[in-house]
Design a protein around this ligand. Structure first.
Ligand SMILES: [Zn+2]
Length: 180
């Protein structure tokens, strides 16, 4: 680690994800790059609201149309200011400490570093804004084979048997409880 490591904070991308619960099961997709099961989600694009990202990514990865459910009261519009669904969790997690280290060691450590093949956007940390979502059409899914290696429905018990990360289990557990 170079000496300015203490001064430079990791770069943070804003992302959003959605949990769909049906019959006490949660829908997850197997992430191609990471090789484990996650809720559908991705980077928030320019001019996009976080809940719109969760809805769009859900559609892109599963072919299921969903809408974010607010976990609290959404205030009515005040003039031209609008209010939007509340997520049930927001987490911060590391994506690539390697990108962070590479950037700190680079000639211009202020700028995002794009050399990492696995994370070409120069991702270092992600904030994930996590929504509960509900169906707005049918439940039939079609796997997006470019992005996912599988789609499945899992009970809390079944989550113990699949390849995922502990925080995913916590979030899924919370989503299952909220929908009960
Ligand atoms: Zn990122």
């Amino acid at each position: 680690m170079v000496e300015n490591a203490q001064k430079l904070a990791p770069k943070i991308c804003m992302t959003a994800a959605g949990f769909l619960v049906h019959d006490n099961k949660v829908l997850l997709v197997k992430h191609k790059k990471l090789g484990f099961w996650l809720a559908p989600g991705g980077h928030i694009e320019d001019d996009e609201l976080p809940h719109q990202t969760a809805e769009r990514e859900f559609w892109e990865e599963t072919g299921i149309k969903v809408k974010a459910i607010s976990t609290g009261e959404v205030l009515p519009k005040v003039g031209k200011t609008s209010y939007h669904p509340l997520p049930f969790a927001i987490n911060l997690h590391w994506i690539s400490p390697e990108n962070y280290e590479a950037r700190l060691a680079s000639s211009n450590p202020i700028k995002r570093y794009f050399s990492n093949q696995k994370w070409p956007k120069g991702c270092e940390q992600h904030v994930s804004i996590i929504y509960l979502v509900k169906l707005i059409a049918g439940l039939d899914f079609k796997q997006n084979t470019e992005e996912t290696d599988g789609i499945g429905w899992f009970t809390l018990k079944e989550l113990e048997k699949i390849k995922t990360i502990p925080e995913m289990k916590e979030e899924a557990k919370h989503a299952l409880i909220l929908v009960k």
